[in-house]
Design a protein around this ligand. Structure first.
Ligand code: MN
Length: 263
């Protein structure tokens, strides 16, 4: 990022490569001034994502291996480890303890641990982490295989308990929040209690919807407004907090991030 990039929002978890026209979605992030982390589900998708995002001022590609495909893609672990050298952004990785993914649990764990270990060895890695029905084990792995000076974990769509959220805060985790988390009282209660200096926004698009349409990265602007309402905070204050948090994340990744808010 060059100096004083005007920014109107941050989408820290978006599957841009799953849109019908990824190049158009990237162009719309640039037009709308939405800093976006383009996560990927397999390392094979990384080179293409890197090419698509190379010219973008706002979109950064991350390399990942999604827990839901960990079993069928386990041969790509070494490729993932190689690609980790090429970007400070890692994701989507993590664990999924849902019944339909339980049988791949040991392979999921191996992939997740290898990814965290690789990120830890390289240092300066920002990692977007999936933890559905697996928050406890995800935090155990973060604690066991990473240190806060070398890996910055962002828990994406976190739905663990309040006490696990507090443990995550102690481990140095950030939280990327999407609008679907406002659908349940438990999500709202947790979001109210998260420390302001760990809050980020995301869409998990195109897996989420806004009304009748697919979410788009610019929907994070509304998410920030809703976050402010839920937390009894001013929109200005929440936007400033998210911007400051995002600056810290990008500084950790050693990416110049002199964002200039133009909310
Ligand atoms: Mn996702």
């Amino acid at each position: 990022m060059s100096e004083n990039v005007p920014v109107r929002g941050f989408d820290f978890h978006c599957h841009i490569d799953l849109y019908p026209d990824p190049a158009a979605t990237i162009a719309s992030c640039d037009d709308n001034q939405i800093v976006t982390l383009a996560v990927t589900t397999t390392p094979k998708a990384w080179p293409q994502n890197r090419r698509w995002t190379a010219q973008s001022r706002y979109v950064h590609a991350a390399v990942g291996l999604h827990p839901e495909v960990a079993a069928e893609r386990c041969r790509e672990i070494t490729l993932l480890e190689e690609c980790l050298r090429q970007t400070p952004f890692v994701g989507e990785i993590g664990l999924d303890g849902s019944p339909q993914h339980r049988k791949s649990w040991s392979m999921q764990t191996e992939v997740f641990v290898r990814a965290l270990t690789g990120a830890q060895q390289l240092g300066g890695r920002v990692v977007s982490i999936h933890s559905r029905r697996a928050a406890d084990d995800v935090l155990k792995c973060i604690n066991q295989y990473t240190t806060s000076g070398r890996v910055l974990p962002i828990l994406h769509w976190f739905s663990g308990s309040m006490s696990l959220a507090s443990q995550a805060v102690t481990l140095g985790c950030y939280f990327s929040v999407n609008h679907r988390m406002f659908d349940h009282d438990s999500g709202i209660r947790m979001i109210r209690n998260l420390p302001e200096d760990r809050l980020l926004t995301e869409t998990d698009a195109p897996f989420t919807r806004v009304g009748e349409r697919q979410s788009e990265p610019h929907d994070v602007m509304t998410t920030a407004e809703e976050l402010a309402r839920i937390r009894g905070s001013s929109v200005q204050r929440i936007r400033e907090a998210i911007t400051a948090n995002a600056r810290r994340v990008f500084a950790f990744a050693e990416i110049d991030s002199r964002f200039k808010s133009t909310f």
